[in-house]
Design a protein around this ligand. Structure first.
Ligand SMILES: C[S@@+](CC[C@H](N)C(=O)[O-])C[C@H]1O[C@@H](n2cnc3c(N)ncnc32)[C@H](O)[C@@H]1O
Length: 320
């Protein structure tokens, strides 16, 4: 068989229905909705749509751009983890939200094995949750909202009061979640609260369940400090003070901001006048931090952040 004719026969093989299902899963990472499936099948059957054009339309849909951004973020993070490289000085395109930085930053620091607590997983991106499931760690998902994800143990609980033993977790992941604790979470089907002290309560509770030597990876939005009802914004000093006053030691920290050229590391980020949604679809800047259950002596060091930033002042690495 001529190899190109073979490829042609392969592309046209099978029922249209199986082809449409497969194309949606491969390109948009979801099953087709009923309307899209019916429309595609009707047009494929009457010859007004070819398989090549159908694929072309899917790949060029705005939804596919988001799939690509997240797939890039996951690929970058997991490959770095496999090499033992902790990503820093990340870059990502303009017009994207902060997940394109948070996800690779966190995944590259994900433990090789052990028990990992993902807090606030119920509304996380499927690409990120899929990466955690593929990463061969024991993932426990904690959220007040309910979501079943195969491969993730579900714990429906308040992060401020966890049904977990002391020192029972090797690593905690908090991706854009801390700013919502004690806030108005009606958008997630939860009651509205207004309790700023909750964020420190959550951190102290996570410190309790972390084993000595364990790590907590936190990402939070940066901006002019203020309470915005469903989330809280703070600047680098404000978040850092919250972390250290909860008895956590700053191991590593990196700020990023969305510029006209895209996401860039921002060691001198200034929060004055910077609001959520001002520069793109979500946060204008984000703080990625690794914390450990610190010793009191080290907590008294006042300039941890400055030293961390100086240590990391080396040339930018470009994302492909
Ligand atoms: C913005 S979403 C988190 C985003 C997600 N981590 C991601 O990776 O995209 C905030 C999550 O925090 C959860 N949440 C809010 N308050 C909580 C609390 N006190 N305890 C546990 N989960 C809480 C919400 O149900 C929601 O799933």
């Amino acid at each position: 068989m001529d190899s190109r004719v073979g490829a042609e026969l392969c592309a046209q093989a099978g029922e249209d229905e199986a082809f449409v299902e497969r194309a949606f899963r491969d390109v948009l990472r979801r099953p087709p909705d009923d309307e899209a499936r019916a429309r595609a099948l009707e047009k494929l059957a009457d010859g007004t749509l070819s398989r090549a054009t159908f694929l072309h339309e899917l790949v060029n849909a705005p939804e596919a751009t988001r799939v690509r951004e997240l797939d890039d973020a996951v690929a970058l993070g997991l490959a770095a983890r496999a090499r033992g490289e902790r990503l820093s000085w990340l870059q990502a395109p303009a017009g994207t939200d902060e997940r394109v930085v948070e996800i690779p930053w966190v995944l590259s620091r994900l433990l090789a094995s052990g028990r990992v607590l993902e807090v606030g997983y119920a509304y996380a991106e499927p690409a990120y949750l899929g990466a955690l499931v593929r990463a061969a760690v024991e993932v426990v998902g904690v959220d007040l909202a309910e979501r079943d994800v195969e491969g993730i143990e579900r714990v429906v609980a308040d992060v401020r009061s966890l049904p977990l033993d002391d020192a029972s977790v090797d690593q905690v992941l908090l991706v854009s979640t801390l700013e919502h604790v004690g806030a108005d979470n009606t958008g997630y089907g939860l009651p509205a609260e207004s309790d700023p002290g909750s964020r420190a309560d959550a951190l102290r509770e996570l410190r309790r369940v972390l084993r000595p030597g364990g790590r907590l990876l936190v990402t939070v939005p940066l901006g002019e400090p203020g309470d915005h009802g469903w989330y809280r914004l703070d600047d680098v000093a404000g978040w850092t003070h919250l972390f250290t006053s909860a008895g956590l030691f700053l191991e590593e920290q990196e700020a990023y901001e969305l510029t006209e050229d895209g996401w860039r590391a921002a060691p001198s980020f200034r929060a004055e006048g910077v609001g959520y949604g001002d520069r793109g679809p979500a946060a204008s800047a984000v703080l990625c931090t690794e914390l450990s259950p610190g010793r009191f002596r080290r907590l008294m060091t006042p300039d941890g952040l400055v030293r961390t930033v100086k240590r990391r002042a080396r040339p930018l690495r470009h994302r492909s």
